[in-house]
Design a protein around this ligand. Structure first.
Ligand SMILES: Nc1nc2c(c(=O)[nH]1)N[C@H]1C(S)=C(S)[C@@H](COP(=O)(O)OP(=O)(O)OC[C@H]3O[C@@H](n4cnc5c(=O)[nH]c(N)nc54)[C@H](O)[C@@H]3O)O[C@H]1N2
Ligand SMILES: Nc1nc2c(c(=O)[nH]1)N[C@H]1C(S)=C(S)[C@@H](COP(=O)(O)OP(=O)(O)OC[C@H]3O[C@@H](n4cnc5c(=O)[nH]c(N)nc54)[C@H](O)[C@@H]3O)O[C@H]1N2
Ligand code: SF4
Ligand SMILES: [Mo]
Length: 765
């Protein structure tokens, strides 16, 4: 960390600059221009707090302040900024020098700018917890906690074998830590059952793109959005989920370029679109295939590109025959005019970027949706050139790196080296000095089904909250409760920790050093800015301590050494060291050796397939797993709001943030509301075949009739009680989070939860 006092720049100016910046941010927030979504009133931003920060910085003595540049720990946009602290508390953040922040330049969103109270909020875990003789948690020393963990893991291994152990790795943690999580599963526990939140998220993107182009990742860099002539977006609430990317896209529209948005909700980015088209959730294959058909039939495709760089066009041509404009309209509601207009935008512009998120992936046919999109980008020649490509906006801050590239996966070693390949297995068996089962383990969603069948007895869950985030949370919670031995390693006693035998306190990204990989494959530095809270330790230190207590000899002094080991085993990261990342301001994989400059854009020359061609895939159409019917006449889709993050552990402690979107709700179209006798603000019961929740209704025309939307952020209600743990994509095993048949009924009387205090409302008994 750099003490401001030691800086060569003019310190006072620097300090005033930060205070001024925070004041400026306050002004902007008040005038409601900075990443404020969905008509948020200016007063909902924590302006009081901003004022405090500016004053605090102004009042601090220079020698008490330190500054360090780091990467945001919320979403995968990967914004970088300087963090100002007094060693203990985060006082302010400010975008860092432009060469160190290629993605965000001078922008950050409200989470990157203000949402740090979680670090030492009341619920923060500062000491290990173990169960006492009454089954209650009590504080314990690290020694005692480690002993319990080692005993628990070894008991399971001895009684049932290593493959009865499972591990959930954390896409919040660094690359180096996730590399160790994969290594720990295989080498120390002896299981291939290790996976993470990518399974609930973009694993269908990874599967679909890997099949068509070779790499399961974005082909573009953020800069491509600026170079594109048109952007095609679907299933992405960009302004709320990827705010800084949304800023770029909005700028692009302001510059007179085209933006087409297909979404069941008229999300804020749709207000900027040159074409917004409402779709029914779960039918994307139909309209995407309809676009492909229209483009082929009208000879609007890029013949030269298709001829030279792809194979499979004849099969695609045949497969899309049934998707005539009339058929598309009948199934999806997209009119022939809308289809034609979107096809013309895509084909009349030279350079198009295709962006999507969970609206395409979280389906029982997510992989096919993605292959259909991949066909669309390929037949129009929109790959490998500046301003073209596919951009699945990844979710968690490090799901690209930690959730995939580092290989905490049941079927892959780091760098997507398949574990079923004997050569790969040999390489890792030698490097890690262990035997590795050639049979892949269970994916996260399968773990919960397998545990139900008694195939798994133990779980080590790091930085994920599956009791709330898995589909069918009633089922997930039961499984966690029945798990013979469960260890949770987290910043908080989250909902999952309630079922744990031992809880280990981990450090947040502000308390450790390493790397994250953002949505455009860019590896960036994360630096420690404050001391670990209480007795918490970093994930890598905990893993190392446990490995050594279980008979291994891990001897890493820092995360740079872990990175060094990883890169030597992982060709696509072969040239990436922390030193280079620091010096070069980020490096994009593939980067094969120390002289390789990294790869800004994939597929400039060839695809990552054996013949170097894109393999177009014949994709048909499958209905969603659960359609509305008489009993459950509406289709529920679930997702995010700007000011909240997932299961809320990091955003709920934030006072300023609580002013906005701090309580659960369900969006319902005015026509449907009238049919069911619901008025804005009424309490309603939302019921599926799996469970029910009670929440206030928000009556709004931004959602199409027949569809309702509920956010995922509220443990008190937990929308995943309604989703289904069994309807999974056959290739990627992603759940169908975006479609559940539900009914909505107005309820009289009190809610189960006080939405102000988040406490359950006690009944008369
Ligand atoms: N504020 C905030 N930001 C976040 C997160 C957070 O919790 N809070 N989480 C991060 C993570 S891990 C992720 S994965 C990303 C997710 O980012 P998004 O995927 O943008 O987030 P969701 O809210 O799930 O939005 C899904 C979008 O798909 C649309 N949609 C729903 N069903 C369908 C459908 O069947 N077809 C189509 N075409 N569209 C549909 C919805 O209306 C919505 O616009 O956000 C990241 N950023
Ligand atoms: N219905 C429905 N369900 C969904 C989704 C949806 O759209 N609809 N989206 C799905 C998606 S895309 C995702 S990504 C998942 C997210 O689901 P989860 O990953 O389960 O959600 P988070 O709340 O982000 O949980 C992360 C946990 O990590 C902890 N943590 C943070 N940093 C660290 C660290 O450095 N180390 C450790 N050890 N712990 C840390 C946090 O306190 C928190 O408990 O939810 C999925 N569930
Ligand atoms: S856009 Fe994402 S990475 Fe950037 S500041 Fe916001 S949450 Fe952090
Ligand atoms: Mo995600």
């Amino acid at each position: 960390m750099t003490n401001l006092d030691e800086r060569t720049t003019d310190d006072e100016e620097q300090k005033e600059g930060v205070a001024g910046f925070m004041q400026g941010a306050r002004k902007k927030a008040l005038s409601n221009v900075e990443h404020v979504a969905e008509g948020t009133a200016a007063g909902t931003l924590p302006e009081g707090k901003l004022f405090d920060i500016a004053t605090t910085i102004g009042d601090k003595r220079l020698e008490d302040l330190t500054v360090e540049d780091t990467t945001c720990g919320y979403c995968a946009v990967g914004c970088r900024f300087d963090v100002y602290t007094d060693g203990d508390e985060v006082l302010a953040t400010r975008p860092t020098e432009p060469e160190k922040s290629p993605v965000n330049g001078i922008s950050t969103c409200v989470k990157g700018k203000f949402t740090y109270d979680f670090v030492d909020s009341e619920g923060r875990l500062t000491t290990p917890l173990v169960r006492d003789e009454n089954g209650e948690f009590r504080e314990a020393s690290w020694d005692e906690a480690y002993e319990r963990v080692v005993e628990g893991f070894q008991d399971i291994k001895e009684e049932y074998g290593g493959s009865a152990m499972s591990m959930i790795a954390s896409s919040k943690a660094t690359n180096e830590e996730n590399y160790l999580m994969g290594k720990f599963a295989r080498q120390v526990l002896g299981t291939n059952t290790v996976d993470n939140c990518n399974r609930l998220c973009h694993s269908s993107t990874v599967a679909g793109l890997a099949r068509t182009y070779g790499y399961g990742a974005a082909s573009v860099s953020t800069e491509d959005f600026e170079q594109a002539d048109a952007i095609f977006l679907t299933g992405s609430n960009t302004t709320e989920a990827h705010p800084v990317l949304a800023t770029r896209i909005k700028q692009h529209v302001k510059d007179g370029k085209e933006l087409v948005v297909f979404d069941p909700r008229e999300v804020q980015i749709a207000e900027y679109a040159t074409q917004y088209t409402e779709v029914r959730p779960g039918f994307d294959q139909v309209w995407i295939n309809g676009l492909v058909r229209y483009i082929i039939e009208n000879d609007l495709y890029d013949e030269e590109f298709v001829e030279e760089r792809t194979r499979g066009i004849d099969q695609v041509r045949e497969a899309v025959q049934e998707f005539t404009p009339d058929y598309v309209e009948e199934v999806t509601g997209v009119t022939p005019e809308e289809l034609k207009s979107a096809a013309e935008t895509i084909t009349s512009n030279d350079r198009v970027v295709f962006g999507w998120t969970l609206g395409l992936t979280e389906h029982s046919h997510g992989t096919e949706n993605i292959m259909a999109m991949a066909n669309l980008a390929a037949i129009t020649g929109n790959l490998g050139k500046p301003g073209t490509g596919v951009s699945p906006f990844r979710g968690q801050n490090n799901v690209q790196g930690g959730g995939g590239d580092m290989g905490p996966l049941p079927d892959n070693f780091p760098g997507y080296q398949s574990i079923t390949d004997e050569e790969n297995r040999k390489k890792f068996e030698e490097a890690w000095d262990c035997e590795i089962d050639p049979e892949p383990g269970f994916y996260t969603t399968e773990m919960f089904l397998a545990a139900n069948e008694d195939e798994l007895q133990g779980m080590y869950c790091i930085g994920e909250n599956p009791s709330l985030s898995e589909p069918g949370s009633n089922h997930a919670s039961e499984v966690l409760e029945e798990m013979e031995f469960l260890v949770v390693q987290d910043l908080f006693l989250n909902d999952t920790a309630k079922y744990a035998d031992v809880v280990l306190p981990a450090c947040s990204f502000l308390e450790k050093t390493g790397t994250f990989t953002n949505t455009d494959r860019r590896v960036q530095m994360v630096k420690q800015v404050i001391d670990p809270k209480g007795d918490s330790k970093t994930d890598w230190e905990i893993l190392q301590d446990l490995a050594n207590r279980m008979g291994r000899e891990w001897d890493y002094d820092n995360t740079a050494e872990i990175m060094e080991e990883m890169r030597q085993l992982t060709p696509i990261y072969g040239g990436i060291t922390q030193e280079r990342v620091e010096e070069e301001g980020g490096l994009q994989w593939p980067c094969y050796d120390l002289d390789h400059p990294g790869t800004e854009r994939l597929y400039t020359e060839e695809f990552n397939t054996e013949d170097g061609l894109a393999h177009l895939q014949a994709v048909g159409y499958n209905e969603p797993g659960e359609l509305p019917d008489e009993d459950y006449p509406l289709s529920l889709t679930t997702g995010r709001v700007l000011y909240q993050y997932h299961t809320g552990t990091m955003t709920h402690p934030e006072e300023g943030i609580q002013g906005y979107n701090d309580r659960d709700f369900v969006e319902i179209n005015p026509e449907d509301a009238a049919d069911y006798g619901i008025e804005d603000g009424d309490l309603v019961t939302l019921e599926s075949r799996r469970g029910e929740i009670t929440v206030p209704a928000q009556v709004t025309a931004r959602i199409g009739s027949g569809t309702v939307f509920a956010p995922i952020h509220f443990a008190e209600t937990c929308v995943n009680k309604l989703t289904d743990s069994e309807r999974l994509d056959p290739h990627a095993r992603t759940p169908e989070f975006k479609v559940s048949a539900v009914r909505v009924t107005p309820v009289e009387g009190e809610p189960d939860v006080d939405f102000e205090t988040r406490e359950p409302v006690s009944g008369d008994d």
